[in-house]
Write a new protein. Sequence first.
Length: 282
Amino acid sequence: MKGTLYIVSTPIGNLEDITLRALRVLKEVDVIAAEDTRHSLKLLNHYGISKPLISFWREREKLKSADVLERLYSGQSVALISDAGTPGISDPGAVLIKKAIAENIQVVSIPGPSALISALSLSGLPTEEFTFIGFLPSKKSQRQKVLKDLCLEPRTLILFEAPHRITDTLKDMEEIFVERKAAVIKEISKIHEGVLRGSISEIRSKLEKTKIAGEYVIILEGKSEGKRITTKDILLEIHSLMKKGLKRKEAVKKIADAYKLSKKELYDKSLREYLDFSNSSQ
């Protein structure tokens, strides 16, 4: 009989933020697959849990998945944990989970703390609909491309960011999203937890006066519907995207998709506006 793979959520900071069910499962399984065994030992030792550990950090995930699957096939139960939060969500684990499902191995989720949900609840921004992005690319050009692709998203955006990139990311956001409302939350549930709210430029200014350290979650207001959109407004949005580096065809496609308009008609109007402007300036 095959064993069971448990996806166990662990504290994102405060060790008290763990469920009774998670503790029971960690005590009952045969083995624990941990992102970083040294890090996880702090939690396990705190609760007096002693189990065989498998190192499951990202670079070895594919290799170690075979070992874990073999144990599951032999009937052993395995708890999969990451350093913080839920495995597979911007953390190792997705590869193993996918393989276990493909092999018809029972997979059980043990829910718990979530940095993105905790940050969203603290932000003061709309919570009805949101889009989770995870970590942005570290390279500036790639990061800016992703942000430009998100500039028309009407839902609240949630992103993770590392301390050494938080300032550069906010600079890019200020350029692309201008003065949208945002919230930046650091070190959720830890001693130095902090929340900054306001426009992107206001948050950047406040952040410069604080010690930058720890993990950050950025919550960003989605594009507002606001007033009735006119053809002039739409053409200005196309022009704005082109100024940020998009080609006319790409900018037109993005706006046409956002407002459900004809790409050909919008392209022709955009081009006609450009020609009219060029002729009038001569």
